[in-house]
Design a protein around this ligand. Structure first.
Ligand code: ZN
Ligand code: ZN
Length: 448
């Protein structure tokens, strides 16, 4: 019998078997469970086969093959599109099948990917689990030792059967971050670079849009939106005014989606109407960063945006501390709070007002963002210099320039005649100082 014939007859015998419901009903407990695991294993093995086949279709539909490729000749732009018409798989599942097939058919460049490929081929893990480990763990910088990566990968393979795919992805990501801590800021930048907001007007006159935000920006937007529909999710408010407002929201006939849409328009309207001379950030920060004291003492240390599992770089942690100060909380070994510090090194509202009148907006070279779009940058970073919180130590920077400053290691220094910008050596080998001037119209008038 040829391979094609024996493959077809095996597949057919499984299909022809049918379900004997009376026999299933008569099975004792342990046999019932055994039958279930046998079927699960069988399904995994057929998935492996399906992946091999998908990988082979992909190979025959390669870009080099052009219009004569297998998928293309069948009228499809990609292997995934072809697979979706052949079987009821989603786009994501089709992608997973193809990439699993390619992984098994190729010779992986790394030890850990080889280990994943053989686990997959042996049918001992589901395709979704292998895909989660692979995406979570990679790409890792070359700096991470191959043996450590392999050990982490093997640990995750053992762990996979007892956790969900989402949890597995999360654990794989955090393993990668441990092995490649220096890569945290690179990945953070990548996420930030991927951000966008697109909008268009549809034929029917409706305005539509779509956005993708990095965790920090996303937390800002989601926290604001979540707060609006909080009463509908059963959040209770103790304060009488807030409770009355909450009741009104619950009784509101609008759907959640409509409520959020209206709130979004209202937020934009308020922001546009806001007094540009009022400094942003005089209220409680909506997004917080958490970090350990130990991480603060290492240059590659990292923290987390509260409510998000992706680590953020040391530069981001420093920028948050710079603008909003910090509170030290001491925990014991059982994670019980032992001591709560006071917010330290935070500019008071009055100090912020003074700084904002003095600088008149972001003071970065020719930036024109007003105080309402700016944060206060502390020119002496507290970790490095133990900076004092004097008005003279704070300058206004818009969020973009504040980020640039911390991420690319620019510095602002104060001399007798004012503030100067010191570029990093990578930008200007001579690090020539550039004068920063107040954007306030008042001071501009006085200079002339
Ligand atoms: Zn700063
Ligand atoms: Zn700026």
């Amino acid at each position: 019998m040829s391979f094609t014939e024996s493959f077809a007859s095996t597949a057919q015998s499984v299909m022809a078997f049918g379900v004997d419901s009376a026999a299933v009903a008569a099975l004792p407990d342990n046999a019932l469970l055994a039958a279930h695991s046998l079927l699960t294993e069988h399904r995994r093995h057929s998935d492996v086969y399906a992946a091999f086949i998908a990988g082979e279709i992909e190979r025959r539909s390669s870009r080099e093959a052009g219009y004569s490729g297998l998928a293309q000749r069948s009228g499809f732009g990609s292997t995934e599109a072809l697979l979706q018409t052949l079987s009821p798989v989603t786009k994501v599942e089709a992608k997973r099948l193809v990439s699993a097939g390619i992984l098994m058919a190729s010779t992986p460049a790394t030890l850990w990917e080889s280990a994943l490929a053989s686990t997959l081929a042996a049918g001992s893990l589901s395709i979704a689990a292998v895909d989660a480990i692979r995406r979570g763990l990679g790409p890792v910088a070359d700096a991470a030792p191959a043996a450590d990566l392999l050990a982490e990968c093997e640990r995750l393979i053992t762990r996979a059967p007892s956790v969900s795919v989402d949890e597995l992805t999360r654990e794989a990501r955090s393993a990668r971050d441990r092995l490649d801590e220096a890569g945290i800021s690179r990945r953070e930048k990548q996420r930030r670079d991927n951000r966008y907001l697109k909008r268009w007007v549809r034929d029917d006159g409706m305005y539509q849009g779509s956005f993708l935000l990095d965790p920090e920006g996303g937390q800002h937007v989601f926290t604001a939106l979540d707060a609006i529909i909080a009463p509908r999710r059963g959040v209770r408010f103790v304060d009488a005014t807030a409770a009355a407002r909450a009741d009104a929201i619950v009784a509101d006939p609008r759907t959640n989606d409509q409520l959020l849409a209206d709130a979004f328009v209202e937020m934009v309207r308020l922001a546009v109407d806001a007094d540009p001379s009022t400094l942003f950030g005089t209220r409680r920060p909506a997004v917080r960063v958490v970090v350990t004291e130990q991480a603060l003492s290492t240059p590659d240390g990292h923290g987390f945006i509260e409510g998000d599992s992706q680590p953020v770089s040391r530069s981001t942690v420093d920028r948050f501390i710079c603008d909003t100060g910090f509170i030290g909380i001491k925990f014991d070994r059982k994670h019980q709070v032992m001591d709560l510090g006071r917010t330290q090194r935070l500019f008071s509202d009055n100090q912020r007002l003074v700084i904002s009148v003095r600088d008149g907006g972001c003071i970065f070279l020719d930036c024109t963002r007003p105080p309402s779009a700016s944060e206060v940058h502390h020119i002496n970073e507290w970790v490095r210099d133990g900076g004092l919180t004097n008005v003279a130590d704070g300058v206004l920077l818009c969020r973009h320039h504040h980020m640039l400053l911390h991420n690319n290691h620019w510095r602002i220094i104060r001399l007798d005649d004012g503030y100067w910008l010191k570029p990093p050596r990578s930008q200007d080998p001579e690090q020539k100082l550039r004068r920063l001037v107040s954007k306030s119209a008042l001071f501009a008038e006085m200079r002339t």
